[in-house]
Design a protein around this ligand. Structure first.
Ligand code: HAM
Length: 423
């Protein structure tokens, strides 16, 4: 008989105890830092009507990566490929009663049918932080960028480990449409080629542009845009978003964040809902090429759920790339198991006594594993040692009669006689 496979579904992970401990340590920094910014946590179902993704999520996600099906009631549904439409839906559902600005975060698992590889899986967990309805969009953008930096600093990372690259949606559109005078239907293809610029040979890059009908003069203008960066923006201050980026860079410097954040004209972001600021965070280590987070401003998504709308800015940070980052830079190690005491049982008649002792120790907050069968003391020491439990409480008939236990520290061999309440 062939056995069933023990492997999880392609591109997904099982989380064994050591994996869960690592994940919990990773998430606990997220909760901590984000709550220091006054964010409230939310969650939602993993299944949504597919419509909420059709309008404004990226064409790549909806066309190729979404897990969708028709349920037994003939509804077209999808397993969430991202959290942003869900959060926008929730904001719209409590539009009037929620005080603004709204700062919400969540750590959902999201699903995309991708080719699994380093930093890319089909199921990942993603910290989402979003601010809705700030009267000053610029202040909300600044606060969110500051939070992004503080999250990674929360793990002990510094400017040598990561970089935030930002841009504005209006700039690229302005350059392609206004400066290069390319028709709008060419923009997505040209943006994709720009995205490949650093990864292919210069001749291949030029050829790809030529194939899209980009002339030599247009290609030279594009090079100036990509190479001259802030200088280009200063010279083309009429471009939508140019003044914003320049102002933003000044404010970020005033906050002492300039060493973490750079303007990068090549930041595009694949989602259709972004309307202003866009940014990505990258590991400086060449092995981790995938982005750690991505986000931006999306001012029209809440409005898809009702008459009223709210401006919004947010980001998503994935656990797969974050784990690669933390392990590569040795910022977070495996977390050992923590159980404080093992109660050894020498005689079956003492089982109830042992269980009572365990209960009283647990009531005091200690983590206690109790032997589930009587056995030789040597074997029980071994069992405690294998499980990484540092101390064993020995409970024999003498101990039960006197109420005084022997507590042995395995590493040193030291033994102490203690009353239960002294353990
Ligand atoms: P995203 O860029 O698609 O943005 O994803 C954000 C982050 O999630 C990525 O930078 C990466 O760390 C992680 N990620 C995405 N796909 C995968 C995958 N297949 N495997 C592993 N990690 C992955 C969004 O999803 C936006 N909804 C973020 C957002 C929130 N924008 C505004 N608010």
């Amino acid at each position: 008989m062939a056995f069933l496979s023990t492997q999880p579904y392609k591109g997904t992970r099982d989380f064994f105890p050591e994996d869960m401990r690592f994940r919990e340590a990773m998430f606990s920094v997220m909760h901590d830092v984000v709550r220091r910014y006054g964010f409230d946590e939310v969650d939602a179902p993993i299944i949504e009507p597919i419509d909420i993704y059709l309008a404004k999520t990226s064409e790549e996600i909806v066309g190729q990566q979404i897990y969708s099906f028709t349920d037994r009631g003939d509804r077209k549904v999808a397993i969430r490929p991202e959290m942003t439409p869900t959060v926008a839906r929730m904001v719209a559902a409590r539009f009037h009663e929620t005080p603004k600005p709204i700062r919400w975060y969540s750590i959902p698992n999201v699903w995309r049918y991708e080719q699994p590889g380093k930093g890319r899986l089909r199921e990942h967990w993603q910290l989402n932080c979003d601010i809705f309805g700030a009267a000053s969009e610029k202040l909300a953008d600044l606060e969110l960028l500051n939070l992004a930096v503080d999250l990674l600093r929360g793990y002990g990372a510094n400017e040598t480990h990561f970089k935030v690259y930002l841009s504005h949606r209006g700039i690229l559109n302005g350059v392609l449409g206004g400066e290069l005078k390319l028709p709008a239907e060419k923009w997505p293809a040209v943006a994709r080629i720009m995205d490949k610029r650093a990864k292919v040979k210069p001749e291949a890059y030029t050829e790809m542009l030529a194939n899209e009908g980009v002339s030599a003069a247009q290609s030279a203008e594009l090079d100036r845009f990509l190479n001259d960066k802030l200088e280009y923006l200063k010279a083309k201050s009429h471009l939508e978003g140019a003044a914003y980026v320049l102002e933003m860079m000044t404010s970020l410097a005033e906050l002492g964040l300039e060493k973490f954040i750079e303007y990068d004209p090549a930041v595009v972001r694949g989602f259709d809902y972004y309307t202003g600021l866009v940014f990505e965070v990258f590991d400086t280590h060449p092995e981790n090429r995938r982005s750690l987070f991505g986000g931006g401003r999306y001012n029209n998504l809440v409005g898809a759920f009702g008459k009223e709308t709210l401006n919004a800015v947010g980001f998503g940070m994935g656990d797969v790339t974050l784990e690669d980052f933390l392990r590569t830079h040795k910022l977070l190690a495996d977390v050992p198991r923590r159980v404080d005491l093992y109660i050894a049982l020498l005689d079956d008649t003492l089982a109830t006594h042992a269980l009572r002792l365990a209960a009283s120790l647990r009531a005091r907050g200690l983590r206690v594993e109790s032997a589930l069968a009587a056995g030789k003391l040597g074997k029980q020491f071994q069992e405690a040692e294998k499980k990484g439990i540092p101390r064993v409480v020995i409970l024999g008939s003498d101990e039960a009669a006197s109420g005084i236990c022997t507590v042995k520290t395995l590493a040193s061999g030291e033994q102490k006689k203690l009353k239960a309440e002294e353990i």
